[in-house]
Ligand binder design. Structure first.
Ligand code: NAD
Length: 347
């Protein structure tokens, strides 16, 4: 172990292990949190972000680690939930030495934490981490970019949502609004078009992303971001950022169903899910619908890279959502407030 590496284990209620680490010689600083290994090793990516304080980083890693437990349980994978955050400016700090040092921190968990990509961590960074630890997935020479698999799972989730909300209508008769046409939104749009959707409106703050869609699919409508949320469409697909469903946006939203890739779609997890439920808007839980990428890296972890088997597993996201919607209908329990054991019990 490097002489200037500091490890500080924190006791956080509800979490199995939380580690703060710092190695000034390579400007490495961050947290790894394991929320649960009840179902297996905790798998969750590493996020690299210039957090304004240690507290902000800790709050983020705890929330993300818990989210991974839910996602793994909702995908019926033998995995627990964990996550890591690296504090600092990724553009300034990345180096082979930096990632080698980080890999040694991952090794402290002896395989109970497995890392992967998240914001500002790409396949090249993963390759460097993999030079010093085996507890890493998402390598470009293995499962590669998870986004198309996430989008495929979202597509199956959208189909399940439609079957529940609009039982007698097909894709060609429904209207869609997609917020964000980056990695996942773009692939979701492709799937929708290939399966007959005709009435689609998109928004993206990046004009290049909009132009890519317009050149390929000239019939797609484009809206500005503010207008998109309030369009009178059947289905809204949030594929950009979280927190867009809240008390402020609820009165403007006209969609009957909401299903997309974005993580943490509700701003206030205590109050917003119930508000949308009472307004009669069906919202697909993010931790179920966007698990395709996790299923993809799990297959790498299991040394199974067969795309056909993976497609079958990702398509099960649709079946799981259908089961969940039926359960909500019977019990009226909001799935966004499920405990981990309730999720495990549902699937
Ligand atoms: P991305 O960065 O490739 O795409 C996001 C797109 O949204 C970008 O084109 C960006 O310009 C656009 N955008 C940002 N703010 C916007 C706004 N206000 N209005 C309209 N567009 C806006 O990201 P992604 O990989 O597609 O991820 C999208 C969401 O899905 C995120 O919430 C992410 O956490 C979640 N997610 C992604 C994966 C995955 O495998 N990529 C897996 C699970 C969850």
């Amino acid at each position: 172990m490097e002489k200037d590496l500091t490890l500080h284990w924190l006791s956080v209620p509800g979490y199995e292990k939380v580690l703060y680490f710092k190695q000034p010689s390579v400007q490495l600083e961050g947290y790894i949190a394991i929320h649960s290994t009840q179902r297996g090793p905790a798998l969750g990516g590493t996020r690299f972000w210039p957090y304004s304080s240690q507290d902000d980083a800790l709050t983020d890693v705890l929330r993300l680690a818990q989210g991974m437990s839910y996602k793994a349980a909702g995908a019926e994978l033998p995995l627990g939930g964990g996550k890591a955050v690296l504090i600092g400016n990724p553009n300034l700090l990345k180096s082979p030495e930096y990632f080698h040092a980080y890999a040694q921190v991952i090794n402290q968990f002896k395989g109970s934490y497995i890392t992967a990509e998240d914001m500002n961590i790409n396949t090249e960074d993963i390759r460097l981490i993999a030079e010093k630890t085996t507890h890493v997935v998402g390598r470009s020479d293995k499962s590669g970019n998870p986004s198309p698999w996430t989008a495929l799972g979202v597509f199956y989730g959208v189909l399940a949502t439609l079957a529940f909300a609009f039982p007698h209508r097909d894709l060609s008769s429904l209207s869609f609004a997609i917020q964000g046409v980056g990695e996942t939104g773009f692939h979701l749009l492709q799937q929708l078009v290939e399966h007959g959707a005709k009435n689609i409106t998109i928004s993206d703050i990046n004009p290049e992303k909009v132009a890519r869609i317009q050149s390929r699919y000239p019939f797609i409508n484009v809206a500005d971001d503010h207008t998109l949320l309030s369009l009178p469409v059947d289905v809204l697909c949030p594929c950009a950022f979280g927190g867009i469903l809240n008390a402020h946006t609820l009165p403007t939203i006209q969609a009957k169903a909401i299903a997309g890739s974005a993580n943490n779609i509700f701003l206030d997890l205590e109050k917003d899910p119930q508000r949308f439920h009472e307004a009669g808007i069906l919202v697909a839980p993010d931790y179920i619908i966007n698990a395709g990428g996790l299923i993809n890296v799990f297959h790498e972890f299991n040394n199974d890279l067969d795309p056909k088997r993976l497609t079958v597993e990702v398509s099960k996201i649709g079946e799981r959502l259908s089961r969940l919607y039926q359960a909500i209908k019977k019990t009226e329990i909001n799935p966004f407030t499920y405990s981990l054991n309730q999720i495990i019990g549902t699937f």
